[in-house]
Write a new protein. Structure first.
Length: 97
């Protein structure tokens, strides 16, 4: 299943309610499961991003729909990247010829 890495920053609303961030993460994990997406890991970070989340989703469309739903809640803005594991990258490189 494709892997996605989401880099998140709190919105003004999200930081005002930061004490709920762990509860919100649990809610996101439950919502992800209902959408066919698996939240594999979440870490809260210092620096340019407030959190980093790893997801698995059946395809880009499922992940995009899920992330739009999360964004619509108004607590976090994300940048999401498609990630490739070793075997996926090897297959991609094999297509180079």
């Amino acid at each position: 299943m494709p892997t996605f890495i989401a880099l998140g920053n709190y919105t003004d609303q999200g930081i005002r309610n930061v004490k709920d961030t762990v509860k919100r993460a649990d809610m996101v994990k439950e919502a992800a499961a209902k959408a066919g997406v698996t939240m594999k890991d979440i870490v809260w970070t210092l620096g340019a991003y407030d959190l980093v989340v790893t997801f698995e989703a059946p395809d880009d469309a499922a992940m995009t729909a899920f992330e739009l739903a999360v964004g619509a809640a108004g607590n976090v803005r994300t940048q999401t990247m498609r990630a490739f594991n070793r075997s996926e990258m090897s297959a991609i490189l094999a297509k180079m010829g």
